[in-house]
Design a protein around this ligand. Structure first.
Ligand code: ARG
Length: 460
């Protein structure tokens, strides 16, 4: 019934379902690093002789060099990366290799390796996010005064500056980085020495291995240490929020690049043509960033599902923790690089943005504010009058600023000549000078703060 594939019978199926080497080989660097720290500590504590520890260290380095050049040779019978390394060590140095696993279990080993891997992943993600922020900040600097329509409900609402819009994504990335940093701080404790679940009777120095591996301290409870995957969930949570942010920007780029909008032109590097429609220039990279965000959300849900309801301590279900984390890391790394590239190279069609901002009566709120400020009209009443003005402009097929003063005065006699000073989109954005508002002066201040935070040179 199983056909040729499982001709070997149930033992082969067991081997296949049990094996994680196909994916956990990505932990080889961390596995070897942690083993070196462990054996050095065992020697320092007099548990393993210095000569044996030295032979083990040398063997581990040879394996690292082999993996570096040839990759990990997979053998399903050896299950996972931990057994692969140990087995190769025995091939290289003989029975002395057997001392390495003293006072250790694969349970604390994998918890340690995976934490180290996620910590590196967080550092890489932080660097990627910083590059993304730098791209946003430079483009925002070019466009601190460029006017575009600001939307709510995807309806023209009030004019904003493009620099302000781009800096909104800078803020999201700033929070993303702080979420990753927070996850890093919380996860930075060493499970090594928790052994299988209960700790060990050997006189270990857990502080020493923690320190060697760059952890802040050893974990406090061995049961928790071998069964905790919060660090992976924290990573996935931070990654999911980051992916959502990238997806929102991707969606905007897709909308902006569409012909009715025409706000941006994507460079050739980040678009593709159609095999049938020669005029097409598709925003595939942005669409894939949007799609990847869905897959990343799925990865977070996958690990939540794996962990939910597991009794203490270790259970083999937990081996399924790695694929969603690896998948997320790969997808998000690519998404981040693609979005950074798009932000750096996209052409903003500022004339078109300005034209759209100036249409659609986007300065209606400014007219209402003028009535409140200059003519002492209660806002609700002003709102009503401006509604009539918009209706009139629509009937005439013109903008608010094109309505002659007598017409405006027929709607509200208190309207005076100086109202025209606030009806242009430039005046509108300049007036929104509250802290964090869209006025070019505000945007320039925020950009200066961001450049300082990112260690970018002073703008020329
Ligand atoms: N490959 C395993 C994992 O990733 C290592 C731990 C195995 N421990 C055990 N008791 N079977 O979870």
């Amino acid at each position: 019934m199983w056909g040729g594939r499982f001709a070997e019978g149930p033992a082969a199926i067991m081997r296949e379902i049990n094996a994680s080497i196909g994916f956990d080989k990505r932990l080889w660097r961390q596995d070897i690093e942690a083993s070196k720290a462990h054996v050095a500590m065992l020697a320092a504590q007099g548990i393993v002789s210095d000569a044996d520890a030295e032979a083990i260290r040398g063997g581990l380095e040879t394996i690292a060099a082999e993996y570096e050049t040839d990759g990990v040779t997979e053998d399903l019978a050896l299950e996972d990366i931990h057994m692969h390394v140990e087995n190769r060590l025995a091939e290289l140095i003989g029975p002395v290799a057997g001392w390495l696993h003293t006072a250790r279990s694969r349970n604390d080993q994998v918890a340690t390796d995976f934490r180290l891997w996620v910590r590196d992943a967080i550092d890489a993600m932080d660097a990627g996010l910083a590059a993304f922020q730098a791209a946003l900040v430079s483009r925002a600097g070019e466009h601190a005064t460029s006017v575009m329509p600001g939307f709510t409900h995807l309806q023209s609402a009030q004019p904003v500056t493009l620099g302000h819009h781009l800096m909104a994504y800078y803020e999201m990335a700033r929070r993303d980085r702080s979420r990753f940093a927070d996850a890093r701080t919380r996860m930075n404790e060493s499970p090594l020495g928790s052994a299988a679940l209960a700790g060990t009777g050997f006189a270990l120095d857990r502080d020493a291995t923690a320190q060697t591996l760059g952890f802040d301290r050893p974990t406090a409870n061995s049961l928790d240490a071998v069964s905790d995957r919060d660090f992976a969930l924290d990573y996935l949570g931070a990654a999911t929020t980051t992916a959502l942010h990238l997806s929102r920007l991707a969606e905007e780029i897709i909308i902006w690049a569409s012909q009715p909008f025409g706000f941006v032109t994507l460079p050739d590097d980040y678009s593709t043509g159609s095999s049938i429609m020669p005029q097409k220039r598709n925003p595939d990279a942005a669409e894939l960033v949007r799609g990847h965000a869905g897959r990343i959300t799925g990865c977070l849900n996958a690990l939540i599902g794996v962990m939910k309801g597991l009794p203490l301590a270790y259970a083999k279900d937990m081996q399924d923790d790695k694929p969603p984390v690896f998948e997320t890391h790969d997808l998000l790394t690519l998404s981040l690089a693609a979005m950074t590239g798009m932000v750096e190279t996209i052409t903003f069609n500022t004339d078109r943005m300005h034209e759209v901002a100036a249409s659609g009566h986007s300065t209606a709120t400014d007219l209402a504010d003028w009535l409140v400020r200059e003519a002492d009209v209660p806002f609700r009443e002003a709102h009503h009058s401006v509604g009539s003005a918009v209706k009139l402009a629509e009937e005439r097929g013109c903008g608010l600023a094109d309505l002659p003063l007598p017409d405006l005065q027929s709607i509200d006699a208190r309207i005076g000549e100086s109202v025209y000073d606030v009806l242009s989109v430039e005046a509108s954005v300049a007036s929104r000078n509250s802290h964090g508002g869209t006025a070019p002066d505000q945007v320039r201040e925020r950009i200066a703060e961001a450049r300082a935070a990112l260690g970018m040179s002073d703008e020329a």
